[in-house]
Design a protein around this ligand. Structure first.
Ligand SMILES: [Zn+2]
Length: 116
C-alpha cells in the first residue's frame, strides 16, 4: 500500500476538520488486511505534519479486525494468517479461504481528531 498517499489524504482531512486550532490527537483506523506498514505510515504522517497545526499531535492507530461475509452464511470477524503484505483470511465457520467478501479491514481512514 502507498503509505505516502494515505498520509497525505489523512493530514489534509485533519487540517480541514481542525480549522485553525491546535490538534491534540489524531486517531487513524488501520484495517488488518490493508497491508499497511505502521512505521512507514507513522513516519509519513509526522513528516507531512511539520509546520502545520498537526505538528505536535499524538498519532494513534486503531487496529480494525477483518469482518467477512461468507457464502456459508457466516458474517463476522475472521482470523488472518500469513504475511502483512500477503494476508490469508479464513472463514472461522467453514474454513474456506476464498469464497467470501471482506466487508471490513481493507482500508485506512481517519477515525477522529481532538483539538486543543
Ligand atoms: Zn464460511
Amino acid at each position: 500500500m502507498d503509505e505516502h498517499r494515505m498520509a497525505e489524504s489523512i493530514v489534509k482531512k485533519v487540517l480541514e476538520l481542525s480549522g485553525r486550532r491546535g490538534i491534540g490527537e489524531v486517531i487513524v483506523n488501520v484495517g488488518e488486511v490493508s497491508g499497511t506498514n505502521y512505521n512507514r505510515l507513522f513516519a509519513m504522517l509526522k513528516l507531512l505534519s511539520i509546520g502545520t497545526a498537526a505538528e505536535d499531535a499524538t498519532i494513534r492507530f486503531n487496529h480494525r479486525p477483518v469482518h467477512v461475509k461468507c457464502n456459508c452464511g457466516y458474517s463476522g470477524d475472521a482470523p488472518v494468517f500469513g504475511l502483512v503484505e500477503k494476508p490469508i483470511v479464513e472463514c472461522p465457520s467453514c474454513s474456506r479461504g476464498l469464497c467470501f467478501e471482506i466487508a471490513r479491514g481493507r482500508g485506512v481512514s481517519l477515525r477522529d481528531i481532538s483539538v486543543i
